[in-house]
Ligand binder design. Structure first.
Ligand SMILES: Cc1ncc(C[n+]2csc(CCOP(=O)(O)OP(=O)(O)O)c2C)c(N)n1
Ligand code: SF4
Ligand SMILES: [Mg+2]
Length: 351
């Protein structure tokens, strides 16, 4: 893969977070994506979210598949663990890593081709198992890396750069994630940093399967009239269900909200999501209503963005399997191999 290292010098006056790190400490290599690609804005939002959350970089594992979107982990969190896997296989690699070491923060980065076509089964199973992760799809409606073929999230009737109409129905990954039991489900737009950064922070702090679909226009192959994933189309049809600030258990990031229009959602780990409602009566705690709302908005030609659903008390795969609190990769030989008596007892329990 081509890459360009970023020069290390930076302004000595750059603000630092509570760990003493600057924004620059959360960046990666210089992006080689097309100038103006939505994916670069998502990279910027991830850097800001991790800086503001004061995450220790060595506690993050960023895992991706193949595609322009899956290249982006090279451009953020240069001091974190990273694994660029195979097309559509990010979810299973992430699940395995998470089972081996539950102490890391798992950031799954994928594309719409990666997750809605070749990796659709993998996406579905990681979500339904409740793997503790922030799963981000950078959704441009095309296979950007392989020159702009329609992906499975391209809307029926949308037009390619060459003027071809898409005749297939679209997969809405947000609707599927809701149906499969994800405990944090949101959609955003790469061009809306004010909405995207708090949604990423919420997904990272959420202790369960968090899914975030980010519409991210491909300026090379999908930013023309007729595309439903272009900057202009999304700006015209975007309908935000809430405005969101994020407060960690330790440190208020922002508390600038008008009383009476705000709802504070406390997550399991004590971090708080502050929802500023703009859509009347929208309740982000009701899965069935979220699914209905999504369908109604889609029928009305709107793209709903914001936090659509959050479970305040999520359970994750480790909880379902009742694994020990110590990460499995930290267990010693005696703990992993408790001896022949224990094996005999276990075998007897299966007879
Ligand atoms: C097993 C396999 N099949 C096909 C490919 C070719 N391929 C590489 S990237 C890609 C699609 C990428 O689309 P998407 O995930 O939407 O990412 P984008 O480039 O749009 O960000 C395909 C089909 C591959 N690398 N591996
Ligand atoms: S081809 Fe599209 S998705 Fe890939 S880098 Fe260029 S603009 Fe971004
Ligand atoms: Mg794509």
């Amino acid at each position: 893969m081509t890459y360009l290292l970023k020069p290390k010098f930076h302004h000595p006056g750059l603000p630092k977070n509570e760990l003493g790190y600057t924004h620059r400490d959360y960046e990666g290599k210089i992006s080689t994506l097309c100038a103006g690609c939505g994916h670069d804005s998502i990279t910027g939002a991830i850097v800001t979210a991790c800086f503001e959350l004061a995450i220790e970089p060595h506690r993050v594992a960023k895992i991706s598949g193949i595609g322009c979107s899956s290249k982006t982990p090279d451009y953020f969190l240069g001091q974190s663990h990273g694994f660029n896997s195979v097309h559509g296989r990010m979810p299973s690699v992430l699940t395995g890593a998470n089972l081996a070491n539950r102490d890391l923060i798992y950031l799954g980065v994928s594309g719409d081709g990666d997750s809605a076509s070749i990796g659709f089964g993998q996406f579905a199973h990681a979500i339904r198992r409740g793997v503790n992760m922030a799963y981000i799809v950078e959704n441009n409606g095309v296979y950007g890396l392989t020159k702009g073929q329609f992906s499975a999230t391209a809307d029926r009737g949308s037009k390619s750069k060459k003027g071809v109409h898409n005749t297939d129905n679209a997969i809405d990954l947000v609707a599927i994630a809701l149906q499969l039991g994800a405990t944090y489900v949101a959609r955003s737009f790469s061009g809306d940093k004010g909405q995207l950064v708090p949604l990423i922070k919420g997904a990272i702090e959420h202790q369960g399967a968090a899914f975030l679909d980010v519409i991210s226009p491909c300026v090379a192959f999908n930013n023309h009239a007729g595309s439903t994933k272009s900057f202009d189309y999304v700006r015209e049809h975007n309908m935000a269900v809430n405005r969101l600030d994020f407060i960690t258990g330790r440190n208020p990031i922002t508390a600038d909200y008008a009383p009476g229009t705000v709802e504070i959602v406390e997550q399991h780990d004590g971090s708080k999501l502050v929802l500023r409602k703009v859509a009347p009566h929208y309740d982000p705690h009701d899965r069935v209503k979220a699914i209905t709302y999504l369908q109604e908005s889609h029928a009305a030609g709107e793209i709903v963005t914001g936090l659509l659903y959050v479970d305040k008390e999520p359970a994750d795969l480790h909880g379902h399997l009742n694994t020990v609190k110590t990460p499995l990769n930290a267990l010693n030989e005696k703990e992993l191999c408790p001896g022949s008596d224990a094996l005999e007892k276990f075998n007897a329990s299966l007879r």
